[in-house]
Design a protein. Structure first.
Length: 232
């Protein structure tokens, strides 16, 4: 489905607006980890379910789906596995992004075609604008800029980490010795722990790069299929 271009600033503003409104509802300030399930069910008043979406929809690589008229967000139940916790949380936040950013377009499309009353999120479509927008919303919601910068500075200092090598030149996994790509999982884990973020290491690395806190000067693109990487 095609959606209009939305500036990053507006997407971030929408995500922070959700946090602010949720805080007003519960009466106190929240810090990461952001309670995405409670935001879905109590603040948005949308039902949240966990189902075998691949079997239900007859599709492969489905992570989640948002059905506007039903006020329902479905998450692939396979993500309930412990090893997928980071992706589970991110997928919930991603679907919140669809609800906030895109439900008006789904409502319009659904008037002419009842089959277009929802959004099905598949891995193969992750580069589509509608999915990128929801991904960026999720990153801003789960890893707000201020909290992410503060957590980074606690463990890495005030200067950005500049990555010049894929593997450590010193045979060490200490990021203080060599902030190489091999050590990305350690960098991410330390920042997550410092800030209380309940996200995957890959999601955190992407966020740090987007904020300019991690600068990759190698030719290696973000990717987690190699032995030194830990998948989202």
């Amino acid at each position: 489905m095609k959606v209009p271009w939305i500036p990053k600033e507006r997407i971030e503003h929408s995500a922070l607006g959700i946090i602010a409104d949720y805080q007003d509802m519960i009466g106190h300030t929240i810090r990461p980890p952001i309670p995405v399930e409670d935001i879905i069910e109590r603040y948005l008043e949308v039902n949240l379910s966990f189902e075998d979406l691949e079997e239900k929809l007859g599709m492969e690589d489905v992570l989640g789906a948002t059905f506007i008229k039903l006020r329902l967000i479905c998450i692939n139940e396979k993500l309930l596995e412990n090893k997928s916790e980071g992706r589970l949380i991110f997928t919930c936040a991603h679907e919140i992004g669809h609800w906030v950013l895109h439900r008006q377009f789904i409502n319009v499309a659904g008037r002419s075609d009842p089959q277009k009353n929802g959004i099905v999120c598949r891995i193969k479509n992750s580069r589509h604008p509608i999915e990128w927008q929801a991904d960026y919303f999720a990153a801003c919601l789960l890893m707000p800029e201020k909290e992410t910068i503060n957590a980074f500075r606690k463990v890495c200092g005030t200067e950005a980490l500049v990555v010049n090598n894929v593997q450590s030149s010193f045979g060490s996994t200490s990021l203080y010795i060599d902030p190489c790509i091999e050590n990305w999982p350690y960098i991410a884990a330390m920042v997550c722990e410092a800030g209380g973020f309940n996200v995957s290491k890959q999601a955190m690395i992407i966020r740090l790069m987007g904020l300019g806190l991690l600068v990759n000067l190698t030719k290696e693109r973000i990717g987690w299929s190699k032995s030194y990487c830990i998948a989202r």
